[in-house]
Structure formats: C-alpha cells, structure tokens
Write a protein that binds this ligand. Structure first.
Ligand SMILES: [Ca+2]
Ligand SMILES: [Ca+2]
Ligand SMILES: [Ca+2]
Length: 453
C-alpha cells in the first residue's frame, strides 16, 4: 500500500495528508491498496486533502482490516474569489458551518472542506456545500459544485501551454482557406468557486461547408485517460471527446487545455451571386458532465473565439488551384465594366481591385498568383478589399470580437435597366468590351493584352 495506517505495532488517529501525490508502481498485486487502515483497535480521523493519483492509485483502492472503528476522510481545498472585505460562510449539506471568514486584500480565501467520510462498509458525504458571500450587505449564494466553464480559442500558432491563469480576450481568427489552424478548448472551475477539474466530455460542431477537422490532437500528460472522439466532416460534428485525470493540473481558477482540434478552412467563391465571404465556421461546443472535487456539473460555455474563413478570391472554380479554369472565367470578363452587362461574364468577381472595370490591375493581381495552389496564397496577394480589417501580414490575423468583420463582399446585381446591349447582340457579335472568349486565351496573351496588344 501507499499509506498503511495502524498496524500491529500500534494504532493511529488524527493524521493529515495534505497535497500528496500517490503513485502506484511495480508489478500488479491483488493485495494492493492505496490506503490501508486498521488492526484491532480504533483508527479514526485520518484526513487526506488535495491528493493526486498516478499509475492506478485511487481513493477507491482502500482496504480496511481488523476491527474497531476505522475511517478516513477525503477533502479538498475550495478557493472563493470575492471582493476584499467580503464575508464568506460555507455550510455542509447538513447545515453545519465548515468555514467562516473575511476575504483579505488578495481577494480570495481558501477553505479545506471534507467531501466524504469513508468507513469500512459505507461512505458519508458532506456535499453539496452552500457558500454564502456577502459583499456590501448583499449576499450571493453558491452551491458546490458550481458550474465550471469551457472556452474556445482559435489560434494559427498553437502554444505548448497546458494551463494558464488567463486567456487572451475573445476575438475572431480571420484565416484564408486551405490553411491549418487550431481550436483549443480550455476548461476551468467556476470563476468564484475555484477548484480542480477531474475531467469531462465534450461534443463540438462546425459548419462543414467552411471547414473540416484534420485531426483531434493529444493535449498532454495532464489528462491520464480519454478519447479524441469521433469526427464527422460531413455533418460537422465531433462527438465524445473525453478526458479524465486523478492528478489535475492548474487547480484554482486556471484554464487547463482540454482538447485541441486541427481544422482546415474551406471557402467557396460564388461568382453568380457575388458572394465572396468571409464565412463564419460557426464552431460550437456542447459540454457533457464534468467532474470536480465536490460533485459534477455541466459547464457553461464562456464567450470565446470565432473563426472566419476567407476564400482565395482568384480560385473561382474552387478546385484549390489558380489555373486555366480560373483564367478562362477571367478572360471572359476582361475589359468589361461592372454592372454594364448581365452576368456572366462575372465582372463583379473579376474586378478584383474594385475600380469598376476588369482591366490590367485585376490581371496583374491574378497573374501574380497564377499556378499557385490556394494554400500558397497569402493576404498580401489578395486585393485590399478582401483582407480582414486588422490584417498586417501573412495568411491570418486576429480580429477583436467587438469589431465587426467585413460583411460578405457582394456587389449590386445588374438589373435589366442597366443592360446596354441585348443578349442576342452579345451572343452573336461581341462588342469591343468583350474581346476575349472563355478558354480562348493563354496567360501570355493576357499579359500581352495588359500592355495593349
Ligand atoms: Ca475556395
Ligand atoms: Ca481554380
Ligand atoms: Ca478592376
């Protein structure tokens, strides 16, 4: 056993084990017990507070031997965050006061509270506790376990952090399509009642039209067991991500990394409707029950990040590459004025720089990325009007959530009143505005066109 209380050499009472890590090592033995207690005398009032377990050790791996009254208590430290000077009173489920005190300048008190008393054949719980916090004459009442929180953070540069006292303010990740980025899910105990989290389960959802899961990645040794769940990129769901541990990290009110999902965004170019994004991937979280020292609860979902996917505007046929198919659509619109004719040709799409005409400036933009795959294009190579408002460089940026992202870029649709040529005329004999037919032009000739061939 890891702890053996009361042997034939003598009995014991009133021991306290605080903040220990119990590790089961060596070959499996059928007579193993993490806590062994008893001989033939009374052996009571043994307390274990804030224990951590590794290798299969557990409070449930106990053995009482002998006879007489024998027990041990399991307890945890509960932090209560409140304004300095607040009074805190904590009562157990029987109404017995377990803690009473005043919050010091640091803004937090810590109380050692019993979860249960283990007897040879029974277990008596003291939970749930009622926590009353009185600040300025106003009393707020909490119960353990108060709901923990989960929060989503999108990042294009995952850190090695597995726990952190604070996360960046909620923001939106604005990212070009066909790039890999991560959704990090963090969990912490209640912001007022601070304690550890032993694990839980989580489902996630996203709009599969705008992204897919590449992998659900391991997040570190601090979770001793778990599952990365089942991904369905057709329905946009990840079900059954689970984590459990007997040795939680973080504790207190720190955020602990629970899951890390690698995504790749996808964004269509809808040339007919002139819809060019960005698109909200609409990631969502549905947590199941989470286990904590004083009980279990379903977390609240804290306001976190969103992810907006920007299409690489040039890839009009959405095949992931900027090649002849895209050039053909552009060629058809070349030298046209936006809104002058019914679409197609797709002048609203082809007018990349937004000056109202499909001319050399647009061709220059397209030529610069020709033959690249969409994953090789960065915002530098996109027209300014297709970049996120806070963009500085590269293929992603974080946009503060309180700033509205650009609305989906769309141009007014040409009405019949704006059509200056009849469709028959257009089909039968191209006007000077439509010199180039779809698929008829190679890049070299377009370059020539740019210089006025
Ligand atoms: Ca696309
Ligand atoms: Ca393409
Ligand atoms: Ca233009």
């Amino acid at each position: 056993s890891n702890v053996s209380i009361s042997l034939e050499y003598g009995h014991a009472e009133n021991t306290r084990f605080v903040g220990n890590t119990f590790v089961k090592v060596g070959p499996d033995r059928t007579d193993y017990a993490t806590i062994r207690n008893g001989y033939y005398q009374t052996s009571i009032n043994h307390y274990f507070y804030d224990s951590k377990f590794e290798g299969g050790a557990s409070y449930d791996a106990y053995r009482f031997v002998g006879s007489g009254t024998r027990d041990f208590y399991v307890g945890w430290t509960l932090g209560v965050s409140a304004a300095s000077g607040s009074t805190v009173t904590i009562t157990d489920k029987n109404g017995t006061v377990a803690y009473s005190g005043t919050v010091p300048a640091a803004g937090k008190i810590e109380a050692q509270l019993r979860e249960y008393r283990q007897l040879p054949t029974s277990r008596t719980y003291y939970t749930p506790y009622t926590v009353r916090v009185t600040t300025g004459g106003v009393t707020t009442t909490y119960t353990t376990a108060a709901k923990p929180e989960v929060r989503l953070e999108f990042t294009a540069e995952p850190s090695n952090t597995t726990s952190t006292p604070s996360l960046p303010a909620a923001a939106n990740l604005a990212v070009l399509e066909d790039r890999e980025f991560w959704a990090d899910v963090y969990v912490r105990s209640n912001a007022v009642l601070n304690t550890w989290v032993f694990g839980g389960s989580l489902n996630m959802g996203f709009n599969p039209a705008y992204g897919r899961v590449v992998a659900v990645e391991p997040v570190g040794e601090h979770w001793q067991s778990g599952s990365n769940g089942t991904v369905n990129n057709t329905t946009g769901t990840i079900t059954g991500i689970t984590r459990t541990t007997g040795a939680p990290i973080g504790g207190d009110d720190e955020w602990v990394l629970f899951a890390r999902v690698k995504f790749s965004g996808k964004a269509p170019v809808n040339e007919a409707a002139a819809q060019f994004g960005p698109y909200n991937m609409n990631a969502s979280m549905t947590p199941g029950s989470f286990s904590m020292p004083f009980g279990s609860a379903t977390p609240t979902v804290a306001a976190g990040d969103g992810a907006y996917i920007y299409p690489v505007i040039y890839d009009v046929d959405d095949n992931g590459q900027i090649l002849s198919g895209d050039m053909a659509v552009f060629s058809a619109a070349y030298r046209s004025t936006v809104g002058q004719l019914p679409e197609p040709p797709y002048t609203r799409w082809a007018d990349f720089d937004g000056n109202g005409k499909v001319l050399g400036g647009d061709l220059a933009l397209l030529s610069a990325v020709y033959r690249l795959s969409t994953s090789q294009v960065s915002f530098e190579q996109m027209p300014a009007r297709y970049r996120p408002p806070t963009w500085v460089s590269g293929w992603w940026t974080r946009v503060p959530a309180f700033l509205p992202l650009s609305e989906p870029v769309s141009e007014p649709v040409a009405t019949s009143a704006q059509v200056v040529q009849s469709p028959t005329t257009l089909t039968g004999s191209p006007t000077p505005a439509i010199i180039l037919g779809p698929g008829q032009l190679k890049l070299s000739r377009l370059r020539a066109a740019r210089f006025g061939f």
